[in-house]
Design a protein around this ligand. Structure first.
Ligand code: SF4
Ligand code: SF4
Length: 210
């Protein structure tokens, strides 16, 4: 008797589920309806970044590379102030082939310069294109949900979202062309060298943390 009851309960559940219809999302024919705070890709708001290096230091995967230089900002004439030094961001890369989407960098940034955007479809045929530089990370700002914008930010509607691979490839070429002989940190990333690099050293990033 108990087994018949169990069987009927099972059949009732099956009938209920059948009435509910299928829940399979037909991606990529239909886009998934993702929550606003999905961890898809990290966007960089460059004007807010002070090159403080906090995100690079806290990243458990060491996949953030930052370079900057200092510039002296003179006070307005007649103001009586002193000249001060300002960090200028030269390079901000995130290597998505290493990133584990933990969100620590976004959490620790004290200047609201990093944000999550829900986009996830930026897979690449060439692993080197998973290195997004500051220009490409900046284009993702357009995809950041308005509810997470920092105070005073009004969006970047005129900035196109980078098509997968295109900008990154152009930038690998540009970096290869600009590589200074003897500068291993830059030269190691040139396209020609990367193509001939030994597999064992292909994923190494220069340690630029201080
Ligand atoms: S999400 Fe985590 S692993 Fe990815 S760049 Fe940020 S801190 Fe590093
Ligand atoms: S923690 Fe924020 S402000 Fe500091 S370097 Fe990273 S992104 Fe820039």
């Amino acid at each position: 008797m108990r087994s018949v009851k169990g069987l009927l309960a099972g059949l009732r559940t099956t009938a209920r589920t059948l009435r509910a219809g299928a829940h399979t999302a037909q991606y990529p024919h239909t886009s998934p309806d993702l929550p606003e705070r999905s961890r898809g890709v990290i966007a960089l708001l460059e004007e807010n970044c002070t090159s403080c290096m906090l995100c690079a230091r806290e990243c458990p995967d060491w996949c953030i590379t930052i370079d900057s230089h200092k510039e002296t900002v003179e006070p307005p004439p007649g103001s009586g102030g002193r000249a001060r030094q300002k960090n200028v961001l030269d390079r901000f890369d995130i290597d998505y082939s290493l990133c584990m989407y933990c969100g620590i960098c976004v959490e620790v940034c004290p200047f609201d310069a990093l944000f999550w955007a829900p986009d996830f479809a930026y897979a690449e045929g060439d692993i080197r294109n998973l290195l997004h530089d500051k220009e490409r990370l900046g284009t993702w700002m357009r995809r950041v949900p308005e509810s997470t914008w920092p105070e005073g930010y009004e969006g970047q509607q005129d900035t196109p979202v980078a098509p997968a691979g295109q900008l990154a490839s152009e930038q690998v070429e540009a970096r290869a062309a600009a590589a200074v002989p003897g500068d291993s940190a830059v030269a190691a990333e040139t396209k020609d060298e990367a193509e001939t690099k030994d597999e064992a050293t292909a994923g190494e990033e220069p340690d630029e943390r201080s």
